[in-house]
Design a protein around this ligand. Structure first.
Ligand code: MRU
Length: 363
């Protein structure tokens, strides 16, 4: 385990930080990802040299988190385009469309994926195939760079909401791994720490795939931010005990009225936070805002395999053949959200006006 090795090898800290920073890397003829499905037990860098493997990596959540999915798809489309061999432009565009469709069918909830796809489609204009291939690479790099800038900015802005001594609760994972950049909810927490504030975090384990237990704790430890892991069902207890000053989470899609889809269990936390008069913040870049949907009930919710519930890391925990449900996200109504932190500003109710003002970079 890296954590056990850290005291022996101080340089491992830097090494693992570098690993995190490289959640997704474009290497010209392939994409290198840090396989998030294996963390923290194994740190595996996987090289993907065809677009089908990138699609699979998204489906299997080797790359996950809304902004990171968008970045991976953008690079994946550029990679897919580079592999198309025809010299006929119409045939090239037909094959490129198949690549795009494969990404569009990978995961339905995170709108960053569809924003990235739209941008890549727009970048595929021009007469010359080689030129289109180059434009697609340039656009994918731009999408990635914009996430880096946006998440840094929103983190700086959001840090202003965090007071010295705060204990924060976060759910799922909204750090560098999930964004291929600075992070959203965890970015805000990191920026608060960088401003000299003493902060600590309660991280929910986030069943069924344990992004909180596996990834959030791993990332926060690298940042030197004190973190305590709790099971999802302990959140209410700690709120009642006044052990939580605010809740901060990321989002996968925010509708025009401020309703926000995020990892399953987020809605429960928001209701508990309101009942206990604890601020509930959503941190997300504008690439996560979907102004085309008037409210959260129109957000498509991904239903994943029941096996993710009946098994933990491949080990069965329920009687064989038992029925299980697995919606991967839920929608928190805007009335439960204290503020939405974006790179363009901190938005408060009424959200419809405020979100329109951010006029998403991609719409
Ligand atoms: O299913 P996942 O792990 O992709 O879900 C991720 C989340 O719900 C995150 O909270 C969200 O994408 C925010 S990422 C900064």
């Amino acid at each position: 385990m890296p954590g056990q090795l850290l005291p022996l090898f101080p340089y491992f800290e830097l090494y693992y930080q570098a690993m995190t920073a490289r959640a997704i890397e474009w290497l010209g003829v392939k994409i290198r990802i840090l396989d998030q499905s294996k963390l923290p037990r194994e740190q595996i860098l996987a090289d993907l040299d065809n677009y089908q493997d990138v699609v699979l990596a998204i489906k299997e959540m080797k790359v996950r988190g809304a902004p990171a999915i968008g970045v991976a798809a953008a690079y994946g489309i550029a990679l897919g385009a580079s592999g198309i061999e025809t010299a006929n432009r119409d045939e090239f565009l037909a094959q490129l469309n198949q690549v795009v469709q494969a990404f569009a069918a990978s995961r339905p909830t995170a709108v960053n994926l569809f924003q990235a796809i739209d941008r890549m489609k727009k970048a595929a204009r021009g007469d010359d195939i080689a030129e289109i291939k180059n434009s697609l690479v340039t656009e994918a790099k731009r999408i990635h760079q914009e996430e880096v800038t946006a998440t840094r900015q929103l983190s700086q802005l959001g840090a202003g909401l965090i007071k010295d001594g705060f204990s924060l609760l976060t759910h799922c994972n909204a750090g560098p791994l999930a964004t291929a950049s600075y992070g959203t909810a965890l970015g805000v927490i990191k920026a608060a720490k960088d401003q000299g504030k003493k902060v600590s975090v309660l991280a929910t384990e986030t069943r069924p795939l344990l992004q909180g237990a596996r990834l959030t704790t791993w990332e926060l430890r690298q940042e030197g931010i004190p973190v305590t892991l709790i099971t999802d069902s302990m959140a209410g207890y700690f709120m009642q005990q006044r052990k939580i000053d605010c809740v901060i989470v990321g989002a996968d899609r925010i509708a025009a009225n401020g309703d926000a889809a995020n990892k399953i269990g987020t809605y429960t936390l928001a209701v508990l936070a309101k009942e206990n008069k604890i601020p509930f913040y959503v941190a997300a870049p504008t690439s996560t805002i979907d102004l085309s949907l008037s409210s959260g009930d129109k957000i498509p919710i991904e239903e994943r395999s029941p096996e993710e519930v009946t098994h933990i890391q491949g080990v069965p925990i329920a009687p064989e053949g038992i029925k299980a449900a697995n919606p991967a996200f839920d929608v928190t109504p805007h009335s439960y959200i204290t503020a939405i932190i974006t790179e363009k500003g901190i938005i408060r109710k009424p959200y419809t006006e405020g979100l329109k003002g951010t006029s998403s970079r991609f719409l």
